[in-house]
Design a protein around this ligand. Sequence first.
Ligand SMILES: Nc1ncnc2c1ncn2[C@@H]1O[C@H](COP(=O)(O)OP(=O)(O)OP(=O)(O)O)[C@@H](O)[C@H]1O
Ligand SMILES: [Mg+2]
Length: 371
Amino acid sequence: MDRERAAVLDSSHHPPEAFTRVADSKDRTPATIVDVQGLSKIYPKKKASGEGGIWSKLGLRRSGPVEQFVAVDAIRFSIQAGEIFGLLGPNGAGKTTTIRMLCTLLEPTSGKATVNGYDIQRQPNLVRQNLGAVLTGERSIYWKLTGRENLQYFAALYHIPPALAKPRINELLERLDLAARADEYVERYSTGMKQRIAIAKALLANPPVLLLDEPTTGLDPQSARNLRELILEIKREGRTILLTTHYMEEADQLCDRIGIVDTGKIIALDTPARLKASIQQLDVIQAEVENVSPALVDELKRLQGAERLLARDNNSDGSCTISIHTLDSRALLPTVIDLIGTHAGRVRHLQVAQPTLEDVFITLTGKQLRD
Ligand SMILES: Nc1ncnc2c1ncn2[C@@H]1O[C@H](COP(=O)(O)OP(=O)(O)OP(=O)(O)O)[C@@H](O)[C@H]1O
Ligand SMILES: [Mg+2]
């Protein structure tokens, strides 16, 4: 999104009177704070004609037929006030597209959604006043300003009176652990700090709903852990959070409920515990094996009682993690160990584990969440 557009969108915020509590909870806090009903986004997919594809793209030759690509396919979910709701799915599943439609940055092709009771298409300004968003791939913070100057700039844009803005900015800088570096240029911030200043900006107008697109992607493990802790704190203030992630551990740890998304559709929606319980009868044999040959993987796949098999290389040490879904690990385990030995594989670690959210995803889609 270009800066002007961002500014126009930002300037439509009107701050609530007080900042000490979550906004807009006076007389009407609906139990359902985000309601998505059959929302779809269809992109025209221009197909270049058989030969000379680049000439068409450059506008020098007529392009081929326009195909349609369904990025988000009639999804529906509702989020209760105070919940952390996660959209979990692989690359290209439609998570960002969904978030962008809810922020009113992208027009839905069809369907309907409300945020705090306001319709995203008919009342976009009111929707924007009720949510703060941190999107991936969009630089909403000015790197040539300091952290504090950014917040001052956006506070002015949101028409927050200076007397309220100053303590609010100090409070946010403190809370987001940026106070000591508040007067440095944002371009000198680490990735984690840039993410935190973007969250501070999103919280500036005290919105009841926060949308976070892949909040921890690109952060080191320690910063990611701190940010997850912060997200839980923001929830404890009474805010509702919609986040997207392709980290199942993150979804498991943070979310009250999760919608698993694949190719634009929500294919399962429940609490992490219930999603895992839905495949609880399944055991997962996990073996870390050195010297894995394609023939070994093939034979393991064909074993009677092996429902599904996944093999993932651990590039750092040359070993391979093999996960086998089975209904009866006790019966299968000796055969698995024998086969690995026959193919000159060396077992470094072996365990029978409970299914994770990734196993739920694999069971539902037949593919892995991460490549
Ligand atoms: N402007 C666009 N025009 C055409 N197709 C688009 C456009 N924006 C996104 N898409 C396509 O829509 C699909 C969904 O994209 P989206 O960015 O919502 O996925 P995502 O779940 O956020 O993935 P990721 O985990 O990689 O961020 C993708 O296949 C993407 O290529
Ligand atoms: Mg995305």
